[in-house]
Design a protein. Structure first.
Length: 283
């Protein structure tokens, strides 16, 4: 178990003044069976904007706000205290569903959101063929782990090769990418086998050895959850299961469903993005 204080600031500096903007922020962690939000605040600059919160279709907490005063800069700050307790458990054989059950009308209907690919996760024919060879006769749980092992050997984490709009095929052609790309490739590979999979965005405390009370530069991060009888998490970037140092913020089909800050505006003429994440382990 870990208790983490997360301070996340995302800001845009505009080349020209913006007259108004309409925005959505997904920067508040989830409360679920593995983590609990104890305190959470979201503040804005410029201040005075009207704010509202709601849960989107995927269950993510969204802060929506409109800024109707001219501004050169927009900054959203989220401060959250969250307690995380994840348990990695190898399931018993009877707890893992069969391939036949995965392909049943019941599962296809219940997990219809997590089976079709999107433009960001759609794998090419080479990936589809390779993963079928990789899994052999394994059950869905073992097959998912074989996909992750295969991906570890095929792709490297490299910054600057891809961009926000890059998709799984772009990343695969380079055999390189960042956490977003590795998650998209993994999701596409799993879905090509008929395994429900979803994209998770959140935060990662990068240093387990940090002392209690020590603030460190954290990371916005992405990983994968798949379903083989229950939902399980895996971090393709670090080639391991999600831990007490992973904090989930949003779930979706791909990155576009979970973008931390997006909106429409009038004016601006272009912008530069500034992001900082600071995480302190408090227990």
């Amino acid at each position: 178990m870990s208790r983490l204080l997360i301070e996340h600031r995302t800001g845009y500096d505009y080349l020209r003044r913006v007259s108004l903007s309409y925005n959505e922020a997904r920067m508040t962690p989830l409360t679920d069976s593995q983590q609990v939000v104890l305190e959470s605040t979201v503040t804005l600059n410029p201040s005075g904007a009207s704010m509202a919160t709601y849960r989107d279709y995927w269950g993510t907490r969204v802060t929506s706000f409109d800024v109707h005063v001219p501004h050169d800069r927009l900054e959203v700050s989220a401060r959250t205290l969250v307690e995380v307790s994840r348990t990695e458990r190898i399931p018993a054989p009877e707890e893992v569903v069969s391939w036949q059950h995965l392909r049943s009308d019941e599962v296809v209907n219940d997990y219809a959101d997590w089976l079709p690919d999107t433009p960001l996760t759609e794998p090419d024919a080479e990936i589809r063929s390779l993963v079928r060879d990789v899994i052999g006769g394994e059950d869905p749980h073992a097959a998912a782990h074989s996909v992750f092992d295969w991906l570890k050997g095929e792709m490297k984490y490299v910054q600057g090769v891809t961009g926000v709009q890059s998709n799984a095929r772009d990343a695969w052609s380079e055999r390189q990418g960042v956490c977003q790309d590795l998650a998209h490739v993994a999701i596409g590979a799993l879905r090509s086998l008929g395994i429900p999979a979803r994209y998770i965005s959140g935060y990662l405390h990068p240093r387990r050895t940090a002392a209690v009370g020590e603030a460190v530069a954290g990371q916005s991060h992405a990983w994968v959850e798949w379903w083989d009888g229950e939902w399980r998490g895996w971090d393709p970037t670090n080639s391991g299961p999600v831990s007490d140092f992973h904090v989930s913020v949003a779930r979706g089909r791909d990155y576009r469903d979970v973008s931390p800050l997006k909106g429409i505006l009038s004016g601006g003429g272009g912008s530069s993005l500034n992001v900082t994440v600071e995480i302190t382990r408090v227990a």
